[in-house]
Design a protein around this ligand. Structure first.
Ligand code: ADP
Length: 220
């Protein structure tokens, strides 16, 4: 199955995409993780990308489309993929349509005040990228990753002054994609209006949607 996850930064795309990855058996592809890996590797491209990412603005379409197209050509994407953080602009959505068919777009609908609360409390593992939250998804040991014992840190772009900028960028560039997928009857909405709703509850709703699309696909 080929799934796109839409939603503002901090909506839970990464958290749910990694669960879906186990559930659907297709790779979780996060362009945000790809960007951070490129920066960590200190490649020339990484240096270029860092300028945008640290400020919370989008990396130019041409760069990110090239990175994603390369990733989707790998053999593990043959049976499908879960895209987290791509597409983020109309130009990226059109490019994706040229590369692959999409079966489903899930829109994680989360109000701004919850986003700000969540992101300012988010912790990320330096080693494996796993995501935690000081309020809602605490690690078992303070600042240590449950999965790989890596160190947990606060991302540069999870600082309050950058969060608002990322939300502005989302509203302006990415939100229009909701209608783009809705018009083609590919969109399903999932609402999360409460900060303390455990991620398991939201994931059950997502899973119900992917199960029904899977069923339709086998019938077709
Ligand atoms: P968020 O938590 O804001 O969704 P991500 O981890 O997905 O953050 O992305 C971090 C940064 O990487 C973004 O602020 C942006 O600079 C860059 N980035 C990731 N995906 C894209 C994309 N599809 N297009 C442009 N820039 C991107």
């Amino acid at each position: 199955m080929r799934v796109v996850l839409l939603g503002p930064p901090g909506a839970g795309k990464g958290t749910h995409a990694s669960r879906l990855n186990v559930n659907l058996g297709v790779p979780h592809i996060s362009t945000g993780d790809m960007v951070r890996e490129e920066i960590k590797a200190q490649t020339e491209l990484g240096e270029e990308i860092k300028k945008y990412s640290d400020r919370g603005v989008l990396v130019p379409d041409e760069i990110i489309i090239r990175l994603l197209a390369k990733r989707l050509r790998k053999p593990d994407c043959q049976k499908g993929f879960i895209l987290d953080g791509f597409p983020r602009t109309m130009q990226q959505a059109e490019a994706l349509d040229r590369i692959s068919r999409i079966d489903l777009a899930i829109n994680l609908n989360v109000p701004d005040e919850i986003i700000v609360q969540r992101l300012s409390n988010r912790l990320t593992c330096r080693k494996c990228g796993a995501i935690y939250n000081r309020l809602t998804m605490k690690p078992r040991r303070a600042n240590i990753c449950d999965k790989c014992d890596g160190e947990l840190y606060q991302r540069v772009d999870d600082k309050p002054e950058v969060i608002q900028e990322r939300l502005n960028v989302y509203r302006k560039n990415t939100e229009p994609l909701i209608e783009y997928y809705r018009r083609r009857s590919l969109l399903k909405d999932v609402h999360c209006d409460d900060l303390m709703t455990p991620p398991e509850v939201t994931f059950e709703r997502i899973k119900a949607i992917t199960d029904s699309v899977k069923k339709e696909k086998t019938r077709a």
